[in-house]
Design a protein around this ligand. Structure first.
Ligand SMILES: Cc1ncc(COP(=O)(O)O)c(C=O)c1O
Length: 505
């Protein structure tokens, strides 16, 4: 095992396993060592042995291509010009031949690695080709085997208790359609049931966006939460002003998300009080907001807003409050879902007796939509929840292949274990460099780990130059969003690079 850094030529080659911060116990059994060796092995052959950085990033070729791209496409948010043909497993290649360990994974949306052979096989099946070139208007012309495709994929992964799905196009769309379902459900209850017809006043007034037809309801969301950028979802997004400026928005309520202090053990009473205050605020808003909330929407871990966590107890209390006031609970698992927290759905950690009313998904699922349980959440008439495509059978087939691969390789458990290992290493690092690893969070949440760094943006640039692609969230968080195929050997490479970054300031 060798770690070599060739700074002069700007080439970093990491072969095998770099130095680990925690020594392996000398008394470890052969069996333990064997299972550790297995935990080090990449899941797929062909992955590079480590990162290799040959040029500054962006390199000359990337700069040239970006300049050209900018003439036809806004490149101001460009992170890196990627060579997807050369990317493999946990590694992302750029246009200059650099190969980076990717723990950002297309904003947390790649589940089982680049150029995954099982997904490539699913992608080249006749069924997939047919789905791509004969894209159906799903509401009107679903494929004859659509029930089977859903049951063997999207619904196989359904959260406990939620056995129906409405498929959508992306995370924002999943949330917006869930909001629509909540509004229609609420009005239906108010009207007295599914069979009660709309009044002539409703039918007439709704065409001018006013009056009794345009119901005056709201969705309650949390400060620093993120639920997307389409018109409706944007009104519930509260992470950064830049996302919302100039866009007309609904006058919907926002509650404070508990701001936990770390380490959790040292602030237990304070944190419990912050959570109770937040629950109380939610209840107060439900009772008093001038546009009554039909639903609340909440992320299990506020992701874009800075990796803000809350305890299972907080979410159980939220469920109880929503139930007590007849308000629906939508759990937005767009970023947390599909294994990253060491459970398939992050809300599995809460042990709810009473499941959420809707759970939205996208990103690692590649497909999108919301799961629900009550049949009444289907609007009382067809075409009330409808689009041309309403999702995509090709993406449903891909999610099916992803679910199969997750199951075959036990990737949720892998993520729980690697996450625990990685968290332990990061705890050591945070003791060594307390200035650069503040508020380490995500213990017991798989690899969904983050910490704050006062020089976050510089931190991320340095990470790239040392061979790791990492993302940020909120104002100061470094967020780790690796794929489900991260092994301990990859975690070691990451920790080694993080250590070097901290030493370099
Ligand atoms: C929790 C959450 N909800 C919704 C969205 C919006 O998803 P999309 O960008 O696919 O519209 C995101 C995107 O980052 C997200 O993290």
């Amino acid at each position: 095992m060798r770690t070599a850094l060739f700074h002069k030529s700007r080439t970093i080659t990491v072969v095998g396993q770099p130095r680990r911060l925690l020594a392996t116990a000398s008394t470890a059994t052969a069996q333990h060592q064997a299972s550790r060796a297995e935990r080090q092995q990449p899941f797929y052959a062909g992955e590079p042995a480590g990162p290799s950085v040959k040029t500054a990033i962006p390199g000359p070729r990337s700069k040239e291509l970006a300049k050209d791209l900018d003439t036809v496409f806004d490149t101001r948010a460009l992170n890196m010009l990627t060579d997807y043909s050369r990317s493999s497993g946990n590694y992302i290649a750029d246009a200059d031949g650099n190969m980076l360990l990717d723990v950002y994974a297309q904003i947390a949306s790649i589940p089982v690695g680049y150029n995954n052979s099982a997904l490539a096989k699913a992608a080249s099946s006749r069924e997939m080709v047919s789905s791509i070139i004969n894209r159906p208007a799903l509401g009107n012309f679903p494929p004859h085997d659509w029930a089977e495709v859903l049951r063997s994929g999207i619904l196989k992964a359904a959260p406990k208790g939620l056995d129906n799905v409405f498929t959508a196009m992306a995370g924002s769309d999943a949330n917006e359609t869930a909001f629509k379902a909540a509004f229609m459900y609420r009005r239906q209850l108010e009207r007295g049931g599914r069979d009660v017809e709309f009044t002539p006043e409703e039918i007439e007034s709704v065409m001018s966006n006013k009056g009794p037809g345009a119901s005056q309801l709201s969705i309650l969301s949390f400060k620093t939460g993120f639920h997307g950028r389409l018109f409706g979802s944007l009104s519930t997004t509260r992470s950064k002003p830049i996302h919302k400026l100039d866009i007309p928005a609904f006058d919907w309520p926002q509650a404070t998300f508990p701001q936990l202090k770390y380490p959790l053990e040292e602030h237990a009473a304070e944190n419990a009080a912050a959570e109770q205050a937040s629950v109380d605020e939610v209840e107060h808003l439900i009772k008093s907001w001038h546009l009554p909330p039909a639903a609340i929407i909440v992320e299990p871990i506020q992701s874009e807003g800075g990796d803000n966590h809350a305890s299972p107890d907080f979410f159980r209390k939220l469920r109880e409050v929503t139930r007590r006031h007849g308000v629906l609970m939508i759990v937005d698992e767009v970023q947390t879902g599909v294994g990253a927290t060491g459970r398939f759905w992050a809300h599995d950690h809460w042990n709810l007796q009473d499941p959420p009313d809707m759970v939205t998904f996208s990103k690692k699922a590649q497909a999108a939509g919301y799961y629900y349980r009550m049949p009444e959440l289907r609007p009382n008439k067809p075409y009330r929840q409808f689009n041309t495509w309403m999702g995509d059978p090709a993406r449903a087939l891909l999610f099916r292949a992803i679910v199969d691969e997750i199951e075959r390789l036990d990737l949720v458990n892998n993520t729980a274990k690697v996450g625990a290992y990685l968290y332990g290493q990061l705890e050591q690092l945070s003791k060594m460099h307390p200035d650069h690893f503040q508020n380490l969070r995500g213990k017991g949440q798989g690899t969904f780990i983050a910490f704050d760094s006062p020089k976050r943006d510089e931190f991320l640039v340095k990470a790239k130059s040392l061979g790791v692609n990492i993302g940020g969230s909120g104002a100061t968080a470094v967020r780790l969003r690796p794929m489900l195929i991260l092994r301990e050997s990859h975690a070691d490479i990451l920790v080694d690079v993080l250590d070097k970054i901290a030493r370099s300031f």
